[in-house]
Design a protein around this ligand. Structure first.
Ligand code: GDP
Length: 406
């Protein structure tokens, strides 16, 4: 290596600080390079009832105030609200996109609520697919909007999952990395929380719901990921308030009996959630979204479009174009066949109508002839009657004159 390259490599060596706030400045070098190029956005979706603490948790997670309008319970449908922002940690700026589901849980029609979210996820995959299929494309600058993680908020009822949760988790689990959290965990006691977690895990298993598993086969993060998997669903507490504790200000919720600290592992799993999502697994979440979840969507869509299994690979574009042309040809032939059959049908109908018209004209002619025959007969009868009347009149005259002569 040249002396210059050694210097520039040395300048790039980052000093990792495990206490970094959000934790993404400790990401692998390759991802940090991507983030610095501006080519990496982390897209998070929060799904949960209105008022369950989604915005508060996001503020706590990224230590940022969002000044969001609280959402009303009166929405007629589920609305997806997107917000983009950047978080900076040391010299690294991570672009984040947050999607929140306003009105979720307030609707009677749970299937429709979930469909709106599921369609949104599909739309992001479709946009990426369309970009990939373009002849001139540059995926490095494409603004990826596919959702990398969906944080699903479970109400701290202590009773397990609601019907809406089961349905939503079942449907969305196939399309996105789901990380379930128990919201407002400060409202539930420690023992109750233990039982609640076990119940939720049981219900997830019984309903065949797959949530995201932190990869334990990872050489560097395997052990840490095992501790994250052991606490799923994360019991979280969020707060926008800070409370004085000794000589430091801590993010906490204050109660008459004391405080619940957000960033205290004794109080909740918030720190574990943040480490699990951002510091340790952001790259895996992004990668799994692309190589597993998007791949499933892509294979399904391409098969729908008629691309066969063997076509997928480096020659996929040519195969796609070839198949597309074949399909267009088939559509054209079908269109011509339809046109011809339509013309034939019109011709037959015209013939049928002509025959009917002739029949009607024949009947009309016969009626006309019948009518003139009857008229003629009536005319003859009239003439006969006229003649009889004249004969009678002259006979009458003769008779009267003879009578007068007598
Ligand atoms: P969203 O509608 O899901 O975004 O809910 P918000 O984040 O706006 O929170 C709704 C209310 O719940 C606010 O009054 C928050 O202060 C409160 N809240 C948020 N997180 C927690 C929590 O962890 N524990 C408790 N007890 N309340 C919370």
């Amino acid at each position: 290596a040249t002396p210059e390259s050694t210097i520039s490599e040395a300048a790039e060596i980052r000093c990792l600080d495990l206490k970094g706030f959000v934790g993404f400045s400790n990401l692998p070098q390759q991802l940090v390079k991507k983030i610095k190029r501006g080519g990496c956005t982390f897209n998070i979706m929060c799904v949960g009832e209105t008022g369950i603490g989604k915005s508060t948790l996001m503020e706590s997670l990224f230590n940022k105030s969002f000044d969001m309008e609280p959402c009303s319970h009166e929405l007629n449908t589920v609305e997806l609200r997107e917000r983009q922002f950047e978080v900076e940690e040391r010299d690294i700026v991570l672009k984040l996109s947050l999607v929140e589901t306003a009105g979720f849980g307030d609707q009677l029609d749970k299937e429709n609520s979930v469909r709106i979210i599921s369609d949104f996820l599909d739309r992001q995959y479709e946009m990426y697919l369309q970009e990939e299929l373009r002849v001139r494309r540059d995926m490095r600058v494409y603004q990826d909007t596919r959702i990398h993680v969906c944080i699903y908020f479970i109400s701290p009822t202590g009773h397990g999952l609601k019907a809406l949760d089961v349905y939503a988790l079942k449907m969305l689990g196939k399309k996105v990395n789901i990380v379930p959290v128990i919201a407002k965990a400060d409202t539930i006691s420690k023992d109750e929380l233990k039982r609640f977690k076990a119940k939720i895990l049981d219900e997830l298993r019984l309903n065949g719901i797959s949530v995201y598993t932190f990869p334990e086969d990872d050489a560097t993060a395997g052990e840490e990921n095992a501790t994250f998997n052991a606490v799923v669903p994360f019991a979280v507490v969020g707060s926008v308030d800070f409370v004085q504790k000794g000589d430091e200000l801590v993010r906490a919720r204050q109660y008459p009996w004391g405080i619940v600290e957000v960033e205290n592992e004794e109080h909740c799993d918030f720190l574990k959630l943040r480490a699990a999502l951002i510091r340790v697994n952001i790259a895996h979440l992004i990668d799994r979204t692309h190589s597993v979840l998007y791949e499933q969507y892509r294979s399904r869509r391409l098969r729908d479009l008629g691309v066969r299994d063997g076509d997928i690979g480096p020659g996929m574009m040519q195969a796609y174009q070839l198949r597309r042309n074949e399909l267009l040809e088939q559509v054209k032939t079908k269109e011509n066949q339809l046109k011809e059959s339509f013309i034939e049908k019109v011709r037959l109908k015209e013939q049928e109508l002509k025959v009917k018209e002739k029949e009607i004209q024949g009947k009309l002619e016969a009626l006309r002839q019948d009518h003139s025959t009857v008229m003629r007969q009536l005319d003859d009868q009239l003439k006969r009657v006229e003649k009889e009347r004249a004969d009678f009149e002259s006979a009458k005259q003769q008779f009267l004159s003879q009578k007068r002569k007598k």
